[in-house]
Design a protein around this ligand. Structure first.
Ligand code: ADP
Length: 691
């Protein structure tokens, strides 16, 4: 592409600038993004390190707490048998709620507190054989089915002073009353039986057997409200571990009590009870008697203790023959309830410590509270298989939990998360906002400065283009008269023009062309002076009408050979102008010259002069190309040429109107244009007149 063409497209550098800006902005954006990522990674690393050290600290504290409990266990394990029971019981009361101490010896388990075991692991059901005194009554009952006689026999024995015989008799009496359909009486007898302490009937504590039977009779009688009360209190006592029962007996009676409760009608409950009702596995959502609901948790806890102790008891029974040391620790689960077991002993006897999750939470973790608060973390404990023992946070915690390294001295895996992740990330967010703001600002500055720079470059290129057009136009303007001058002078010098008239005519051409050349040179010199601010105007009183007629006449002579004519209309009286005759003539000439050059199809130029107040208005009108609205102001600037002029390749320098404006303004006047593209233009010079 030729250089000239390239210079003609000022949009290209603009695109270049915008492209460069885009690249710069993209680069900045990328840098910012990388910076943010690095910052985030660093922040993550910092938070992680903090969590790791907090986890280690908490693990050490927890180990210390457990070590204290361990020491107590070891102390118990070496005590002589005689002191052991008393010491263990005392220790159990010190350890508090949700813990259990147990001593395994060959003939069974002693638990402290005893009621924390729902049932007695390792207990075999007592023999069902009754007292021999009862044989007569049983014979009537079972062999001959003579219930009346059986009732008589048992009633007799129920007055016995031997508690065991009395209990057996009362049981038989009540049973036979039931069989005879005398249920109300049977109820009373069971009531009596339940009041005999420590008696065993049918392998069960008499009280339990009697209360269970009462429920069953109440059910038969359809007395549901009483049944509910009775069953609830039975259930509560079972949960409290009131009786030493085997697993089978315990679960059977518990199940029965539950069944009666489930079948029982609704009874009013408190808000708390309604809430714990939600936790039950039971699909039946009817409110239950308070004692039943209140015991749910306790019952689950004591069941879990029993299951855990039973598991260890069975292990011990299996291994004790080896005579080895028997010690260790383990987490045992019953449903969702973990029990931490720790034991020390031998084949002879073992001391067992069982810690419930409530103890871990309320006793052990309470001591960690200051560290948790200081480090602003929350923790969770899981057993070594990864099953959660307790957790202070949800699984969806931000950043995920950080684990403390486990050296085997802790029975759990300890993990922590930040207690306030938003505060941890707050600093990062603030830094990020600042970075975004600065990046945005830099991008804005880059874009704005690129825009202005590209505009300036575009303008420079436009001026360069105009100057290059100007040089071409001036060269052309010079060449035309010079060529004519040369041709006519050569003709005359060769002596080949013999005819005087023709010679005279040629001399006339020579004068005309040299005047044209002079006007051109004068014009350029004037422009140079005006630009340099060195042009001086010699203002003298100038009678306007003769001056104007002379200039228009001279112009008429110049253009008539091309078929143009100037139509002058002077309205009103003559006036005198304070004016530089030469400069003002040149200005008027320029306007008329433009009117001719830009009117290819209309051959008349109208010059109309009139006075308006203290000003003389000179209108130069044509019916030529006209000027686009957005160009009407710009054409008075140097080198600027209209688009219509350039399209038609009309020669011109773009200096004429600049000089007109300069001259008119130097005379205290103004010049303006009205135009319609395709219709023509009217340039008006307004000059102050001399009074
Ligand atoms: P030049 O005529 O040498 O280009 P001027 O300064 O005299 O320079 O005029 C500037 C531009 O104004 C012209 O190029 C033309 O586009 C426009 N112009 C001036 N006079 C007229 C006119 N009478 N009719 C239409 N266009 C005009």
């Amino acid at each position: 592409m030729p250089t000239r063409m390239r210079l003609r497209s000022p949009r290209q550098p603009l695109f270049l600038f915008l492209g460069a800006t885009l690249v710069l902005a993209t680069g900045l954006g990328w840098l910012g993004w990388r910076l943010l990522q690095q910052d985030r990674d660093l922040e993550d690393q910092r938070i992680r390190e903090h969590l790791e050290s907090a986890a280690q600290l908490l693990a050490a504290e927890l180990r210390q707490g457990l070590a204290d409990i361990d020491t107590r266990l070891s102390r118990l394990a070496v005590l002589p048998q005689k002191q052991l029971v008393a010491a263990t019981s005392e220790e159990a009361s010190l350890l508090g709620d949700d813990t259990l101490l147990a001593v395994f010896v060959e003939n069974g388990i002693r638990a402290f507190p005893a009621h924390r075991l729902a049932y007695q692991p390792g207990l075999r059901d007592a023999p069902r054989t009754g007292a021999p005194e009862l044989a007569a009554g049983e014979a009537y009952e079972f062999r001959s089915k003579e219930y009346g006689k059986a009732i008589e026999a048992f009633r007799e024995l129920s007055r016995s002073t031997d508690e065991q015989v009395r209990a057996g008799a009362l049981l038989g009496l009540a049973r036979n009353l039931r069989k005879s359909g005398r249920l109300e009486e049977a109820l009373e007898v069971y009531e009596e039986l339940s009041a005999i302490p420590d008696a065993i009937v049918g392998g069960l504590p008499a009280e339990l057997a009697a209360r269970h039977a009462r429920c069953s009779v109440l059910e038969e009688l359809g007395r549901s409200e009483e049944l509910a009360e009775e069953a609830a209190s039975l259930h509560a006592d079972l949960c409290r571990g009131r009786w030493r029962l085997s697993r089978g007996a315990y679960l059977y009676h518990l199940e029965e009590a539950r069944r009666w409760l489930t079948d029982a009608p609704a009874s009013p409950t408190t808000g708390d009870e309604a809430q714990s009702a939600d936790d039950r596995d039971d699909e039946d959502s009817r409110p239950r008697p308070s004692s039943y609901l209140g015991n749910q948790q306790g019952q689950e806890e004591s069941l879990a203790f029993s299951v855990a102790v039973e598991l260890l008891w069975n292990d011990w029974l299996r291994d004790r023959r080896n005579g080895d040391e028997f010690g260790g620790r383990r987490n045992v689960w019953h449903d969702d309830r973990p029990i931490l077991l720790r034991w020390r002993g031998s084949g002879e006897r073992v001391v067992v410590q069982a810690l419930g999750v409530r103890f871990v939470e309320e006793e052990l973790l309470a001591t960690l509270q200051p560290v948790l608060a200081r480090q602003r973390v929350r923790l969770a404990l899981a057993d070594l298989d990864g099953r959660t023992v307790l957790s202070q946070y949800g699984s969806e915690e931000v950043g995920g939990p950080v684990q403390a390294a486990n050296d085997g001295r802790l029975p759990w895996v300890l993990s922590v998360v930040s207690a306030d992740p938003t505060a941890d990330l707050g600093e990062l967010a603030a830094r990020r906002r600042l970075l975004f703001a600065s990046l945005g600002l830099v991008a804005l500055v880059v874009m704005v400065s690129s825009y202005f720079a590209s505009r300036a470059v575009g303008r420079e290129l436009e001026i360069a283009r105009m100057q290059s057009d100007f040089v071409a136009a001036v060269s052309h303007d010079f060449r035309t008269p010079l060529t004519s001058l040369r041709q006519y002078s050569e003709l005359l010098a060769s002596g080949r023009v013999a005819d005087d008239e023709r010679r005279h005519k040629y001399y006339g051409f020579l004068v005309q062309e040299s005047q044209r050349l002079q006007r051109l040179v004068e014009g350029l010199l004037d422009f140079g002076r005006m630009e340099a601010g060195a042009k001086e105007f010699n203002l003298e009183p100038l009678p306007a009408r003769p001056w104007l007629e002379e200039v228009t006449a001279e112009f008429q002579r110049e253009v008539e050979e091309n078929g143009y004519q100037v139509d002058v209309a002077w309205r009103g009286p003559d006036v005198t102008l304070p004016a530089d005759r030469m400069a003002m003539s040149q200005a008027l000439w320029n306007l008329m010259d433009n009117a001719v050059r830009y009117s290819p199809d209309s051959k008349t130029v109208w010059v109309e002069v009139k006075r308006e107040a203290r000003r003389l208005l000179i209108h130069v009108r044509d019916r030529g190309l006209g000027i686009e609205p957005d160009e009407r102001r710009k054409i008075f600037e140097k080198f600027v040429r209209g688009s219509a002029a350039r399209r038609r390749s009309t020669q011109g320098t773009g200096l004429g109107l600049t000089m007109v404006r300069h001259t008119v303004e130097a005379h205290g006047g103004t010049v303006r244009v009205e135009s319609e593209p395709g219709e023509g233009s009217t340039f008006t010079i307004s000059l102050p007149v001399e009074e």
